[in-house]
Ligand binder design. Sequence first.
Ligand code: SF4
Length: 684
Amino acid sequence: AIAFGVPEKTVRSVCAYCGVGCEINAGVKDQKIVGIHPVQNAPVNKGHLCVKGRYAWEYVYANDRITQPMIRRQNQWETVTWNQAIEFCAQKLKSISQEHGPDSIGIIGSARATNEDNYCIQKFARTVIGTNNVDNCARVCHQPTAKAMSMVLGTGAATNSFDDVDEATTILLAGANTTGSHPVIGARIKQAVLKGANLIVIDPRKTELAKYATCHFQLKPGTNIPLFNAMANVIVTENLYDKAFVNNRTEGWELFKNFISEWTPEKAAKICRIHPRLIREAARLFAKQSPSICFHGLGLTEHTQGTENVIALVNLALLTGNIGKPGTGINPLRGQNNVQGAAAMGCDPSVFTGMASVRTERQRFEGIWKTTLTAGKGLNLPEMLEAASSGRLKAMWITGYDVFFTMPDANHTKHAFEKLDFVIVQDMFMNETAEKFADVFLPCASSFEREGTFMNAERRIQKVRKIIPVPPNVKPDWEIVCNMAVAMGRRELFNFSTAQDIWNEIRSTWAAVYGITYDRLENGGIQWPCPTTRHHGTTILHTESFPREGGKAKLSAIDFIPTPEQATTEYPVILVTGRELYHFNAGTMTYRTAIKDICHTDLLHVNPEDAAAFGLKDGDNARVISKYGETILPVYTDAAIRKGEAFSPFSNNLVFINKLTSSLRDNYVQTPEYKITAVRIEKA
Ligand code: SF4
């Protein structure tokens, strides 16, 4: 039951939702949360919270929360003790590993869990199972960002801080509906514009911030590269680039200059379906009215050229010297509260903790963990599903992530899960993956019921504090992982009594966070790199040089290769999926709060003229059909959408929009192309 009343105490912690990482003060009475308020002097949110952070916390008291471990036998869930559940899982994992090899098992970390949880999860995969088959949900969101930025800048994380919004003269916002998905930062951008900053918005929809923009590019979905290349063309041909920065701090200039000469605004405008004059205006604004800062979201990354989209954006910052200074930089808006942390802890098949390559740093980690590690990169999540389909992967352990509901092309995902011999789901609720495919359910604590740290989108490590007691038969993820390791005979590697013990081991593996101790975090978050306990943390990266060989960043010639997923006579509408204000990702938490009374379903946003042509009006049910599947959802006529396009969130399990989405993926890191699916819309 939800508690009400005057709090007896307040506990400071971090919001359970997005990667902005707002700090909260939770009011507690009779050991229950009775309200949440923003921390007034928090560096990130400065006294603000959005509707989710402020009001959407009652899911911890939902009646359908799972509070006992369970094993499914003859298709019936049986409640068991923790000892029984752990022993059962340990025996299954051991026998699968012995029969089919350690690489027949895949483990998925959680962007909703703490750094300490994720560190244990990847360490378990590598040291107990003996596989690098470990991944997390960054694979389906900002992995292209991490890949692109580490390739051309040397570090796959935001270069600057949210406070740089206030220092910028021009803000470029690409593929991010910030007032919906990262509302507190959306509000800060809006305030900056009201105080005089220029705003360039690149989005196929006329988002709320597009209404405040000096230039809004309502471009054809999937055509970011031509636009960025044409802006670079204008900057170079009009001699607006920063020659000293290009000469001293970048490599690849001659090649880039030749390549970019062909990308005239006229050429790009035809592909993007925008006006060339606007491209020139935006390029001049970005180059002349600096400092200029870039923020981007999944509108850049969830494409077949997701990684290349980000590289093409980085080119603009490098050309104009808008990096390594206040009010500049490339700043990905991360989706979940600890998605940056899950990846940085090593829940990634190609890197250990601290983004250390499994190829080059295996020996160092063998020394730290005192065990032999497997060589070579493991499977990422889409590759695990492929391997499951072909019978090579036999088991998955999935923590805090509804893989079936959120992966694209649900029929394909279903086929993969059906082929697995053994699935463990660790979550708070019986999510779609658990309900359909799990053999064992392990109930884990919410972020209100555990100690640890989260890492926000600006590299800030913040303390997560236990606000309320954990329910009697529920455990924090790290404790479950440690118990499993002990049951599988590796107690010596998981001898942790507290989250702080784990954090101290993390500090010993990753020099950039060595200086961040739990004691120091009591006074507020610290941004890495923070190499010593006297260091204050780093608000801006790359001020002097880039951590690449030679110390220079790379200007890159990025060609445009249109996605094969195009509108056709049979499927004439391009569907874009994304988040909206009221619900969060798979809706697992927000649909269990009063927010569902404000917004109780996903809606299909359709241009009013298109809706009329399809015989649909507001509230009608539309049948939406793609090559991959079909679903039904209510229509919302929306002039913010261009004709021939449609938009839907992906949070409602009755709608299940991922029955429709394309199976295409990013060329480098296999992030799904959620942003482009050709569909047909009919009256249901
Ligand atoms: Fe939470 Fe993000 Fe909203 Fe801040 S902006 S309150 S972190 S959901």
